[in-house]
Write a protein that binds this ligand. Structure first.
Ligand code: HAM
Length: 414
C-alpha cells in the first residue's frame, strides 16, 4: 500500500464539510471588513523567501531545482507572495489595499499534533501607512474571524518590536547583531539571548533589563512605566479596538516574532487548550516591498493557522451542522425508473440536493442505505401515484410518510 507523505493529511467528506464551513465563515468576516480575496501561486522562486528571511530558511522549506534548473520552493506562508504580487501588479490600486487569502503552505517541520508539513493559512494583509487605525483594523479582523467561528477560549497578545529594538539600540546593538538576539527572545531562550547580548558588548544589567521587558504582560496600563512613541502607539491601537468592542486583548512585550521585517506592532493569538502548538495566529506591521524591488510601503497583516483553529474548536466541542442529502429518489420498480430520473433532475435544477438509487437495490435495501447515509427524505416513485402525478415522501427522522403532488414537491422539501 502506498502511504501519504509524512506530515500531510487526507480529509474525509465530513472533515471537508467542516473545513469548507469554517472557511466560508472566515471569508464572510473578511468581506464584512472590506477585505478582498487574492490568490498567488503555490510555488515561487526560492529567492522570494531567502530575500525575506535569509538563507537559513532553506532548511525549513521544500526547496528544489525544477527541470529548467531554476530554484523553486513550495511557499511556507503567503505574506512574501502577496507583497511580491503588490510590487509586480497592484501598486496602482487605491490604498489602503486590503486583501485576504486562504490556501496550503508547506514547511519541512518535524510533524506532531497541530504541526504539519502541509497546513492551511487564512490570512490578510493591509497595505498603506503605519497608523494605529490600520493596525487596529487588522487585529480587529483577526478577532472578528475567530469570533465568527464560535471559538471562545483564546487570547490576543499584542507587543511592539520597537520597544525592544529601541532598548537594544540604546545599548549599541542594531541590525544584523540584534536579529539573532530577538530570535532567541522570541523562543524564550533567555540563556542563549543573554550570551548573545553579552557577546555584543552589552552589560549584564542592560541584558537583564531587555529580558525583563519581554516578560511584561497584562492590560494596557502595564505600559505606564515606558516612555516613548511605541507606548502611545499601542495605547491608541487598544483604544480603537475598545471602540470596536474587542476586549479579549492584552499587552505582551514577549511577542517578538523573530523575523527581521516586522517594524512595530506585533501580535499573536493562543488557544490555550491546544497545549504545545497553541499559537493559532501571528502577525504584525512590517515593510517588505522595498526588498522585492518596490517603493517602501508599510503593511500590517496576519495569518491564522486554519488547522489549529479547527482543532481548538473541536476541543471546545463546537461542531457545525452536518450536510444531509435532502431527497433520495427510489423507483419502486423498473417501470417507474424513468420518472425517478425526471424527478431527481427537477429537484437538482431547483437547488434541492437529490440522489437516486444507482445500485439497482430493492426497496428494503434502499431504505437501509438512506438511513445509513443520513438522507433527510426518501421519495418513493410508485406506479399508482404517478398516475395522479404524485409521489410518497418519507421523512427519515420521524418515519412519517405523505402523498405529495410532484408540482408541490420542491416547495415541500425546501
Ligand atoms: P507564522 O506565525 O509563521 O506567521 O504562521 C502563522 C500561523 O500558521 C501560526 O500561528 C500557526 O497557527 C500556523 N502554522 C505555522 N506553521 C504551521 C505548521 N507546521 N502546521 C500547522 N500550522 C502552522 C506567518 O506565516 C506570517 N506570514 C504572518 C503574517 C502575515 N505576518 C504579517 N502578515
Amino acid at each position: 500500500m502506498i502511504q501519504r507523505p509524512r506530515g500531510t493529511r487526507d480529509f474525509t467528506p465530513e472533515e471537508m464539510e467542516t473545513r469548507r464551513y469554517y472557511e466560508a465563515m472566515m471569508r464572510s468576516a473578511c468581506v464584512s471588513h472590506g477585505f478582498r480575496e487574492v490568490q498567488t501561486p503555490i510555488f515561487e522562486h526560492t529567492e522570494l523567501f531567502t530575500t525575506k528571511s535569509g538563507p537559513g530558511i532553506i532548511e525549513e522549506i521544500y526547496a528544489f531545482k525544477d527541470k529548467g534548473d531554476r530554484d523553486i520552493c513550495l511557499r511556507p506562508e503567503l505574506t512574501a507572495s502577496v507583497i511580491r504580487f503588490f510590487v509586480n501588479d497592484l501598486t496602482n490600486y487605491p490604498r489602503p489595499l486590503k486583501m485576504f487569502y486562504y490556501g496550503p503552505c508547506f514547511r519541512y517541520e518535524r510533524p506532531q499534533a497541530g504541526r504539519y508539513r502541509e497546513f492551511y493559512q487564512f490570512g490578510a494583509e493591509a497595505i498603506g501607512s503605519p497608523t494605529p487605525e490600520m493596525d487596529a483594523e487588522v487585529i480587529g479582523l483577526a478577532a472578528s474571524i475567530l469570533e465568527r467561528t464560535g471559538l471562545k477560549d483564546y487570547r490576543i497578545r499584542v507587543g511592539h518590536i520597537g520597544l525592544l529594538k529601541g532598548m537594544l539600540r540604546t545599548a549599541g546593538v542594531e541590525g544584523d547583531q540584534a536579529l539573532p538576539i530577538l530570535q532567541k527572545l522570541d523562543k524564550k531562550m533567555y540563556d542563549e539571548a543573554r550570551t548573545l547580548m553579552e557577546a555584543a558588548g552589552m552589560s549584564i544589567e542592560s541584558a537583564e533589563r531587555v529580558i525583563a521587558m519581554t516578560k511584561v504582560t497584562g492590560p494596557i496600563e502595564v505600559l505606564k512605566d515606558f516612555e516613548g512613541e511605541a507606548r502611545t502607539y499601542l495605547e491608541e491601537v487598544f483604544e480603537i479596538l475598545g471602540h470596536y468592542g474587542f476586549r479579549n486583548l492584552e499587552v505582551d512585550l514577549g511577542v517578538v516574532r523573530g523575523l527581521a521585517y516586522y517594524t512595530g506592532m506585533v501580535f499573536e493569538v493562543d488557544a490555550p487548550k491546544l497545549g504545545a502548538e497553541k499559537q493559532i495566529c501571528g502577525g504584525g506591521s512590517y515593510s517588505l516591498s522595498e526588498l522585492f524591488g518596490g517603493e517602501k510601503v508599510f503593511s500590517t497583516g496576519f495569518a491564522i493557522g486554519f488547522d489549529r483553529t479547527l482543532l481548538a474548536l473541536e476541543k471546545e466541542g463546537v461542531a457545525p451542522k452536518r450536510f444531509r442529502v435532502k431527497a433520495y429518489v427510489v423507483p419502486v420498480n423498473e417501470g417507474t425508473r424513468k420518472k425517478a430520473y425526471e424527478i431527481t433532475a427537477m429537484l437538482r435544477r431547483e437547488g434541492v440536493s437529490a440522489d437516486m438509487d444507482l445500485m439497482r437495490r430493492n426497496m428494503g435495501k434502499n431504505f437501509k442505505y438512506a438511513d445509513a447515509a443520513g438522507v433527510e427524505n426518501v421519495i418513493i416513485v410508485g406506479e399508482k401515484e404517478i398516475e395522479t402525478n404524485s409521489v410518497n415522501v418519507r421523512d427519515m427522522s420521524t418515519g412519517e410518510q405523505i402523498l405529495v403532488p410532484i408540482e408541490g414537491l420542491v416547495a415541500r422539501l425546501k
